[in-house]
Design a protein around this ligand. Structure first.
Ligand SMILES: [Zn+2]
Length: 257
């Protein structure tokens, strides 16, 4: 990033005393100025391939309701995807969803390293520092990642309003799935529209590992969270569900169940 660009990592409510830490890997559609929109027309940066529309509004409402720290990189996933392993082939995509990204074509190793150092590494270092501070303070922590997905993918309509994604730890996921399925108007995706097998679970698997934290990835179909009111409603609804999880005392440390 150019010298004039500000620190691209956002940390809100860093000292939040609630039982959760929230991350929003794809919150931003910002491309730093020196990348000249990666050669794309400005409207291309409105598309889902550039960011997760609505996710940040949901994450902010959850952070407010749960008094949780919220961390997000203020850089588009098209510059570098913070929710991918540095070795993943889609860490920096040159083509996808019918879009060719000129600024990502034929990247050399130096440019990949530069983007890793400017965005990916400091983002994950910030999450690590947040978790370390909470560990030192004796605070219990569960991790929540908030994302959004597009209603139609490759001409197929996705039926789920919300998807709950998890790996071998399903404590938080089961809490969410159980509560959401009680609403007959919802079709709840269970490891849909993606799952950790699609390599979309990088941030959570990396940061839950040390203390076997409970973790869950929430994917909301973006037509459900198209405006601020809808984002606040979904955020508060989800916060209400997981708050009970924390009160039950199940959120601390390695689970018995
Ligand atoms: Zn996402």
């Amino acid at each position: 990033m150019a010298a004039g660009d500000r620190d691209p990592i956002e940390i809100e409510n860093a000292d939040g005393a609630g039982a959760f830490v929230i991350v929003c890997d794809h919150a931003s559609q910002t491309v730093p100025l020196d990348y000249a929109s990666l050669g794309l027309a400005p409207e291309a940066l409105d598309r889902h391939i550039a960011w997760d529309p609505g996710a940040l509004g949901v994450a902010r409402q959850m952070a407010a309701d749960l008094d949780a720290p919220l961390l997000w990189p203020d850089v588009s996933r098209l510059v570098i995807d913070c929710n991918r392993d540095p070795a993943a082939p889609d860490l920096i995509v040159a083509e996808g969803d019918g879009l060719t990204v000129p600024g990502n074509s034929n990247l050399d190793a130096a440019e990949r390293t530069r983007r890793l150092a400017a965005v990916h590494a400091p983002y994950h270092a910030a999450i690590e520092a947040c978790l370390a501070a909470r560990r030192a303070a004796g605070r219990q922590t569960s991790l929540i990642a908030v994302h959004s997905f597009t209603p139609v993918w490759r001409d197929r309509h996705r039926p789920w309003q919300i998807g709950i994604l998890f790996d071998d730890d399903r404590r938080l996921a089961d809490t969410l799935i159980g509560a959401l399925r009680a609403d007959p108007t919802l079709t709840v995706g269970v490891n849909e529209p993606y799952s950790p097998a699609d390599r979309v679970y990088y941030t959570l698997s990396r940061h839950r590992a040390q203390d076997a934290l409970a973790a869950v990835m929430i994917e909301i179909r973006n037509d459900e969270i198209a405006d601020a009111t809808a984002q606040q409603q979904w955020g508060s609804r989800l916060a209400t569900i997981v708050r009970d999880f924390a009160i039950d005392g199940q959120a601390a440390g390695p689970a018995a169940a």
